[in-house]
Design a protein around this ligand. Structure first.
Ligand code: G3H
Ligand code: 13P
Ligand code: NA
Ligand code: ZN
Length: 328
């Protein structure tokens, strides 16, 4: 059944686990997530970006999610708008049947230029008003994440945002977080604690302590009833990078957020963990390998099935690691 983000994350907080929020754009990604959730009995958060609705088309995405709900009636599913850049994007998502929306007011409506704190409070409070009146949850964002905001990370220079994000002032300020929650009433808050979007997060293998764990604790202490969200949480599996390279792809040396670091975050209040890149990498690796190994094949179902299986393995591993397996 379709449930709100608040319902799922309240249960996660009461029981001390976290939930991956996987980005979806098409049939195969949705099937991979649902097959994995079914096998390990986990609740599900699927999220669509504005780009996803543009890619699939609003009606296609809506009906694909409805098909997941119908096929797996025993699994609680949240359909969440990822990075809504303006109140109108969020209202469109609500009209499309989403049970949760992210109003990302940390950026202006162009989704590029950093906004003022007052703008962020204003648009987010506005969306909370509308969303809560129809039972839809709201995620806000406070702080300066990696690639989306700064243009660093993916595609820019392949050097991720580690140099930038190590500066303390770019991390979410705990006092400001408390003020933001008081003024907006958000259900969940995306915080900047050292991650960035995309495949290029860290140029060297992380040796632990890459997240600002102390900062997570300080924020959680001030807003214990607001669920913390970690964006940019792909782990960038080295084995999939190797497969992509082995079958003709070109991916530079790069590292993601280790699963053990995410598990640390979950101990201190992180409940929603956003993952897109890992599924992209696994599907790309599986498709490259399949096409190379069976050069006479021209039935897309063959390589798409292998892509689905690869994505499903990633999802199962995250459901198990974050403690939500068995919680549906
Ligand atoms: O935060 C961004 C997500 O990875 C979605 O990316 O806008 O390319 O769909 P997208
Ligand atoms: P990744 O690029 O690390 O998968 O993060 C995705 C994300 O935060 C979507 O909002
Ligand atoms: Na989001
Ligand atoms: Zn994000």
């Amino acid at each position: 059944a379709l449930v709100s983000l608040r319902q799922l994350l309240d249960h996660a907080a009461e029981n001390g686990y976290g939930l991956p929020a996987f980005n979806v754009n098409n049939l195969e990604q949705i099937q991979a997530i649902m097959q994995a959730a079914d096998e390990c009995n986990s609740p599900v958060i699927m999220q669509g970006s504005a780009g996803a609705r543009k890619y699939a088309g609003e009606a296609f995405l809506r009906h694909l999610i409805a098909a997941a709900v119908e096929t797996y009636p025993h699994i609680p599913i949240v359909m969440h708008q990822d990075h809504g850049a303006s109140p109108s994007v969020c209202v469109n998502a609500i009209r499309s049947g989403f049970s949760s929306v992210m109003m990302d007011g940390s950026l202006q409506a162009d989704a590029k230029t950093p906004s003022t704190y007052e703008y962020n409070v204003d648009v987010t409070a506005n969306v909370v008003n509308i969303a809560h009146s129809v039972g839809v949850s709201v995620e806000g964002e406070l702080g300066c994440l990696g690639s989306l905001e700064s243009g660093m990370g993916e595609a820019e220079d392949g050097h991720g945002a580690e140099g930038v994000l190590s500066h303390d002032q770019l991390l979410t300020d705990p006092e400001e977080a408390a003020d933001f929650v008081r003024k907006t009433g958000v259900d969940a808050l995306a915080i900047a604690i050292g991650t960035s979007h995309g495949a290029y997060k860290f140029t060297r293998k992380p040796t632990g302590d890459i997240l600002a764990i102390q900062r997570i604790k300080e924020i959680h202490a001030r807003i214990p009833n607001t669920h913390l969200v970690m964006h940019g949480s792909s782990s960038v599996p080295q084995e999939w990078l190797d497969i992509i390279r082995q079958y003709g792809g070109d991916i530079k040396e790069t590292y993601g957020v280790p699963v053990e670091e995410i598990q640390e975050g979950i101990k201190y209040g992180v409940r929603k963990i956003n993952i897109d890149t890992d599924i992209r990498l696994a599907m790309t690796g599986a498709i490259r390998r399949s096409l190379e190994k069976d050069k006479s094949n021209f039935d897309p179902r063959k390589f798409l099935k292998e892509a689905t299986a690869a994505a499903k393995d990633i999802c199962k591993a995250r459901f198990e690691a974050f403690g939500c397996a068995g919680q549906a």
